[in-house]
Design a protein around this ligand. Sequence first.
Ligand SMILES: [Zn+2]
Length: 274
Amino acid sequence: MRTGLACFFLVFLSIVGLQGQQTRLENLQNKTILVFTPHPDDDVFGAGGTIALLNRNHNKVYIVVYTNDDKGSYDPEMSSQRLARIRRAEQEVSEAQLGTSKENILWMGYDDGMLEYAPQPKLTEEATAIIRRIRPDVLLSVDPGEWYERWHKTDHRMAAFNTIDAVRAAEFWLYFPNQKLQMGLEPYQVPEIYFFYPSPQESNYFVNIDSVAELKFDAACKQVSQFEPAIHKYRADWDLKDMEKAKDEMRREQPRKDGHYVEAFRYSTGFNQY
Ligand SMILES: [Zn+2]
């Protein structure tokens, strides 16, 4: 009995010890990070502070954008083609603010709001190829939920499910075997995943972003077309007072924990097998 108890504590301590050794996301260095985002801004809103910290720590950060975000304007003068161009430029400037170069932003090019109607095998195959090519140490994506599936808006829910489906496919070479046979892409198992936009009951990991919070709010403001008054009548720049108002709102809305700005994630090392 006593031996059993001792063994239990040894196992317990070794598990705690192992967890203690794991490098926290914000402290990673010289790793490859792959971020999947439904639209060109969810990466910034959901994980911008963390991305800034990862770039500051000399990690190689890649951003994959599922859609071109070409619909979200009330401006009668706007066209989808023009909005897609604007959104692309805004995303490049916004991510640059966080330290990501535009060469590291990959555009899958699906139309805004249409991800659920994209050919499924093609969508998963494309995301799988990206994972097998980039071979990330850490992957970030919208949370599909483990026990609590969340009602995400369209594109977000599709991106959430598609990315984790691609994570699964990436490790078994018989999914899309042409990627190995013709493209030389070997199967790959993603070791760690941090899901942003988690449901509150499944958030299990919080990154303190105090040191980069203002940088994140600055970067978010580079997405000018996503804020009023530019949503109703597009303009490329801000009135200073409008920008300050938007930033004040971000400061209010950014989650806090123990008095610190945080970004919430659900940490996972794999996909549901059931
Ligand atoms: Zn979005």
